[in-house]
Ligand binder design. Sequence first.
Ligand SMILES: Cc1ncc(COP(=O)(O)O)c(C=O)c1O
Length: 391
Amino acid sequence: MTTPPTPPPDEVFDWLDAEAEKRANAGLVRQLRPRPARADELDLAGNDYLGLARDKRVAGAAAAAALRWGAGSTGSRLVTGSTELHTELELELARFCGAQAALVFSSGFTANLGAVTALSGSESAIVTDKYIHASLIEGCRLSRADVAAVAHSTPSAIKHALETRRKPRALVVTDSVFSVDGDLAPLGELAGICRAHGAALLVDDAHGFGVLGEGGRGAVHAAGLSGAPDVVTTLTLSKSLGAQGGAVVGPRRVIKHLVDTARSFIFDTALAPASAAAALAALHALKEEPGLAGKVVENAGNLAMSLKAAGLKASLPDAAVISVQAPSAETAVAWAAACAEQGIRVGCFRPPSVPDGISRLRLTARADLTEADVDRAVKVITATAPRGAIA
Ligand SMILES: Cc1ncc(COP(=O)(O)O)c(C=O)c1O
């Protein structure tokens, strides 16, 4: 084998330019754009489903906590201590979800990394739906477990993978509401299959919490699985609660195990006090206004039906997320930009963020959308649609 030539220091990163060119040719360049504090546009791109991110109770609680506890949490909770805000948030989250205990993380991403890795390992098989969120996929990659990613929303494939596994322990991992098309996993059926095969079930309820279930208690609660001894739920505090951070809720011994072993908890600076206080205030708001959750689902359904009626390839949402298929990555980017120019902010998902390679506009409904908002959005999205997007 010949040794490759040694590049001079200023050529070490030349390969990045080659990769960037490939992405540009495939229409996959990502752009960061400035965001004003107050934008005069209809936001159908963010995940602030209940409109709580700017709620005075929520933002005010964050400000007060920052003044009392400081801007950052200064270290891992195992090193610098756990504030009463963290403890209270965990108690209230667990109670709200009907679980024994909860543990908050600095983000939903780190909650997923911590939960998947700590609940598996080299003696485990992990079986996942192949459309799970990137953070769960990274957890699987880090886990050292045997990982099988099976066809989307196909319980028989999960069952087959469990039956043919070569490891004694098993963990089934799924999103509740999938982030691309907004469809709901068959959680009850999956729990039954897990039980028949001695597997634990880990559900990422990032898009279900605050939106589905009684008063927004989430998809796991709606499926009658809250408090189950073999089910663990991960959450983000950054969507319905309008704050920032993540959590794992489940059996007490699982939470204790995470404190001892989840590296993304142990070696990560704790959730900022301001974020914990904001999430707590948002949870209180949700309890005071339980109707907010149902309103999101209703608005999402109306928006999707109107888009479909206009001939667009829109998914039918089980929660707040709707996708509208675009003919290509380039047309999806141009379509989203054209919507923004006309005051409608929508998301744009392209490979590698879409598991099936189909680029899409991604829309999210909110509790505070009016009928006029929905009409305006449909008008603009239809008028700016590229050739091939309307059936
Ligand atoms: C399904 C799902 N899980 C986890 C996450 C990560 O949560 P966070 O943004 O709080 O890190 C997201 C968010 O983007 C998500 O959509």
